[in-house]
Design a protein around this ligand. Structure first.
Ligand code: SAM
Length: 343
C-alpha cells in the first residue's frame, strides 16, 4: 500500500510573534490578546475536548448540518476542486464532506504546528486517494498558496464559527483578502453561529467541567512555557459572558488580587478585578451575515441550518474580484490581527 504523505509548508517559524504581542498587550490599556494565542498543541487538545462537552452545541450542530447537506454542497462545488481549510484543527469536520466532494487536493492551514501535522497525517492515511498539504500559517496575514495546483477550482472551508472571532469590519477585510486566494471561480463554505437566547450562549462558554476555563488559562500557561513568564496562574479566573449590545461572547482572564506578571526584565501590574481580554465570538442572524458577505464581495448562494436554528453553514460564491461595498463601522472592539494590505 502507498505510504500516506503530507507536503508540509512552514510559514510560521519560532514564537517571536507571541513574545512581541504579549509584551504589547500587557503594556496596553485595555489589555487585549488575539485568540490565536490559545492554540499550541495543548490548546488544540483542549479545544477538541470543548467540542465534546454537552453545553458546547456548536460542533455537534455544525456536524449534523454538514452530514445532512454534504451531497448538495458537493454538487455546488463541482468537480476538480482544491479544498482549502482555514483553521483546520483536527481536520475532522472535513471528513464529513470529502467522500461526496472528492477534491483533488486538500490544504489544511493552521497556526498550531504540531497539531496540524498530526491531524493532516491521519487524514492522508484515511484518504489515500487525496493529495494532502499542511500549511502552518497565520490566516490573518496575506496567504499565497503556491503549493496548491493552479488549475483546480478553489473552495475554502472555514468551519467552527471562527469568523466570529473577527470584529465584523475585520471579518469583511479577511473575506476580501481570501478572495484573491480563491480566484474568480472560487467559493467559501463557512460555519456561522447564530444569535440565540443568551442563557444558551453563556452556558456554552462556561461548561460545568471547566474545560473552557482551562482553554482560556492556556494563554497564561503558554506565557510561562514559551516566554519564561513568572506569575501565579491561580491568581486569575476565567470569565465569559454574552454582550447583547455587541452581539458577542466575550472571554476574559480576571485577576483575583493585586499581582504581577514578570517577562524578561519587564513587570506588569494587575490590580484586583483587572482583566486581560482574550476572545470575542460574534453571533449573527442569517441576514446579518449574508449582508456582511455581500460587502466582502461574495454572493450568498445557499444557507443550511438546523431545526432549532442554532447554527448556519453558508455557501458563498466569489462575486467579483474588485472592491465591493463600504466596510461596516467598528463595533467597539479592536482588531484581532488582520492586516489590511491586499484587501
Ligand atoms: C475554533 S477552532 C476550530 C477548529 C476546527 N476547524 C473546528 O471547526 O472544529 C479554531 C482553529 O483555528 C486555528 N487558528 C486560530 N487562529 C488562527 C490563525 N490566526 N491562523 C491560523 N489558524 C488559526 C486554531 O489553531 C484552531 O485549530
Amino acid at each position: 500500500m502507498k505510504q500516506a504523505t503530507v507536503q508540509f509548508h512552514d510559514k510560521l517559524p519560532g514564537n517571536a510573534d507571541l513574545r512581541a504581542e504579549v509584551l504589547r498587550a500587557l503594556g496596553a490599556q485595555p489589555r487585549r490578546l488575539s485568540p490565536k494565542f490559545f492554540y499550541d498543541r495543548h490548546g488544540s487538545e483542549l479545544f477538541d475536548t470543548i467540542c465534546r462537552v454537552p453545553e458546547y452545541y456548536i460542533t455537534r450542530t455544525e456536524t449534523a448540518i454538514l452530514q445532512a447537506n454534504a451531497a448538495a454542497l458537493a454538487r455546488l462545488a463541482g468537480r476538480r476542486t482544491a479544498l482549502i481549510e482555514l483553521g483546520s484543527g483536527a481536520s475532522q469536520k472535513v471528513r464529513l464532506i470529502l467522500d461526496m466532494l472528492r477534491p483533488h487536493a486538500y490544504v489544511g492551514i493552521d497556526i498550531s504546528k504540531d497539531y496540524l501535522l498530526g491531524a493532516t497525517r491521519r487524514l492522508a492515511a484515511a484518504y489515500p486517494w487525496l493529495k494532502v498539504y499542511a500549511v502552518c500559517a497565520d490566516f490573518c496575514q496575506p496567504l499565497s498558496l503556491t503549493c496548491c495546483p493552479p488549475d483546480l477550482k478553489r473552495v475554502a472551508f472555514f468551519p467552527g464559527s471562527s469568523i466570529g472571532n473577527f470584529e465584523p469590519q475585520h471579518a469583511v477585510l479577511f473575506m476580501r483578502q481570501l478572495k484573491s486566494v480563491l480566484g474568480r471561480n472560487g467559493a467559501l463554505v463557512i460555519g456561522v453561529d447564530l444569535k440565540k437566547e443568551p442563557r444558551h450562549l453563556n452556558a456554552a462558554y462556561n461548561d460545568a467541567q471547566g474545560v473552557t476555563a482551562e482553554f482560556n488559562l492556556n494563554i497564561l500557561r503558554r506565557m510561562q512555557r514559551e516566554l519564561g513568564a513568572k506569575m501565579d496562574i491561580r491568581g486569575f479566573r476565567h470569565e465569559a459572558f454574552y454582550n447583547e449590545i455587541h452581539g458577542r461572547i466575550e472571554m476574559h482572564l480576571v485577576s483575583l488580587r493585586a499581582q504581577q506578571i514578570h517577562i524578561d526584565n519587564e513587570t506588569f501590574h494587575f490590580g484586583k478585578d483587572e482583566r486581560l481580554h482574550t476572545e470575542n465570538s460574534y453571533k449573527y442572524t442569517i441576514e446579518e451575515f449574508q449582508a456582511l458577505a455581500r460587502i466582502a464581495g461574495y454572493e450568498p448562494h445557499t444557507v443550511w441550518t438546523d431545526e432549532k436554528h442554532l447554527f448556519s453553514v453558508h455557501y458563498l460564491q466569489v462575486a467579483a474580484l474588485g472592491e465591493a461595498g463600504p466596510i461596516p463601522k467598528d463595533h467597539g472592539g479592536d482588531c484581532s490581527g488582520i492586516t489590511t494590505e491586499n484587501s
